[in-house]
Write a new protein. Structure first.
Ligand code: 4AD
Length: 456
């Protein structure tokens, strides 16, 4: 269907006084004595295009005045009184009618209400802005890595190994469990892959394989976690950006993470000014300044042991008690980033017991070269580490965790054949979107959220 994007109507000055055809959904419609007005949106921009209908013109417009109906409009682009562009309609075709029970009648609905209709909420200003910012951020991430000689690799989504070792894998199977099997082993051997398989929680282990050949790689795809966490920042299916860098130590990983976050935010501020103004007005007052501030200062770096000291000295009554060795909870992460440093903070060198087997063991024998990036308002958005490159040390860590080394044979061979210092991180894409937009529930920054007890 030949037509012009509404974004193009607003941005191309040569369009004025020309005949154009636009398509879209009716966002508002009102009548005055001689003229009818329709605001049309086609999803290419947050701004609605005003269609002006002269009631004397003979255009049949009544059926086009229903909220939610889809139209094709041909008319002349003229300057509007507000200094923008509007269309003086010459013909209107209703492509799809929309009855009055259309649920998006009000100007503003709550996000909770909109969550009940994932198929329609994309037609609200909020989701229009979120989805476009998300798209621009995805491109910025690819651009960032491509510009720096990283190779984009696609790691498998079905895997036999639980990378994080936290037992949060969804099982992939073609047969239901039956009492006819004498053991789990027998059951799995009968299954599609001949052994237990699941959806990947992280592409890191295969990412390491690729980095040991290509030097610098990144993945950008979905990860799956069967975590029973019904929180505003956990999804069962989230998008995961995972660079893996050969010939790199922990400070190199930290430097790359900071530089990537800053580049992505810079791009959003430059490419999505009206979306960001919208978030500033409706979600988090001052967000544009906060992001400008963030990217113009160095992120803080704080050792885990120091973070524990700061939390203990805070005098706060945290819900989860603080002791050296404990994992940091969201309340701790937010205290550190929002109240102590008041900016983004990398927390480094966590106790080995609370981190994964693959992290480089520090000389103190107690901690590993891990890093989490904490940001105000959200908490952790990145988790990463330098990897343990020594065969004996990594196998010892796996044995301590009672892991089945046979399942990791290929991965371990990387430590046998030309092992190098290397590291990387995982960025939760939706968590970064939450931070950039000020939208406080992760369910509202993805088209279809998957969370415990909810799928549609
Ligand atoms: O800290 P995590 O578990 O680290 C890994 O998976 C490493 N293998 C990454 C690596 O080094 N390549 O997860 C990384 C990030 C978290 O910081 C968080 O932002 C996000 O992934 N994340 C989630 N986001 C949404 N919902 C969930 N359930 C998430 N779990 C992790």
């Amino acid at each position: 269907m030949k037509h012009t994007d509404i974004k193009e109507v607003f941005s191309n000055p040569d369009i004025l006084e020309n005949t154009v055809t636009v398509c879209g959904w009716v966002r508002t419609a009102r009548n005055s004595k001689n003229v009818a007005f329709i605001e049309l949106n086609d999803g290419t921009t947050l701004e609605h295009l005003q269609i002006v209908i002269d009631k004397e013109s003979g255009i049949a417009y009544e059926d086009a005045m229903h909220l939610g109906c889809s139209l094709k409009v041909t008319g002349t682009a003229v300057p509007s009184r507000q200094g923008s562009v509007e269309i003086n309609a010459e013909s209107i075709t209703v492509l799809g009618a929309c009855p009055l029970e259309y649920p998006l009648q009000k100007k503003r609905h709550t996000l909770e209400f909109l969550r009940t209709m994932p198929h329609l909420r994309g037609r609200t200003n909020t989701f229009n802005a979120v989805l476009r910012v998300r798209s621009v951020m995805a491109e910025a991430i690819h651009q960032y890595f491509q510009d720096r000689n990283y190779v984009y690799v696609n790691t498998p989504l079905i895997t036999g190994s639980d990378c994080e070792g936290a037992g949060e894998m969804f099982q992939v199977t073609t047969i239901g469990y039956s009492n006819d099997y004498k053991s789990e082993e027998e059951y799995y051997s009968d299954d599609f892959f001949g052994r237990r398989a699941g959806l990947s929680v992280s592409g890191q282990l295969e990412g390491e394989v690729a980095a040991m050949a290509m030097g610098k790689i990144y993945t950008f795809g979905p990860s799956f976690r069967a975590e029973n966490s019904n929180t505003p920042k956990h999804l069962a299916e989230f998008w995961h950006v995972e660079p893996e860098i050969a010939f790199a130590e922990l400070p190199d990983v930290i430097e790359e993470a900071e530089s990537m976050i800053k580049a992505v935010i810079r791009t959003v501020l430059d490419k999505c000014p009206s979306e960001m103004k919208f978030f500033d007005a409706h979600f988090e007052n001052g967000i544009i300044n906060r992001l400008e501030e963030l990217i113009s200062h160095e992120f803080a770096v704080c050792d885990y042991t120091e973070a524990i000291k700061l939390l203990k000295e805070s005098g706060r009554d945290f819900q989860y008690p603080v002791e050296w060795g404990c994992d940091l909870q969201t309340e701790h992460e937010r205290y550190i980033s929002e109240e102590v440093f008041k900016k983004a903070v990398f927390v480094t060198n966590y106790p080995k017991e609370i981190k994964s087997f693959y992290m480089k063991q520090n000389e103190d024998g107690k901690t590993v070269a891990a890093v989490d990036l904490l940001v105000p308002g959200v908490g952790e958005i990145i988790g990463g580490s330098e990897r343990e490159a020594d065969y004996d040390k990594i196998t010892a860590a796996m044995k301590e965790r009672n892991m089945n080394l046979d399942l990791y044979k290929d991965y371990l061979e990387l430590r046998k054949y030309g092992s190098v210092p290397h590291g990387g991180f995982g960025l939760g894409f939706e968590r970064l979107i939450m931070y950039v937009t000020g939208v406080s529930n992760i369910r509202d920054v993805i088209l279809y959220p998957r969370t415990v007890g909810s799928i549609r």
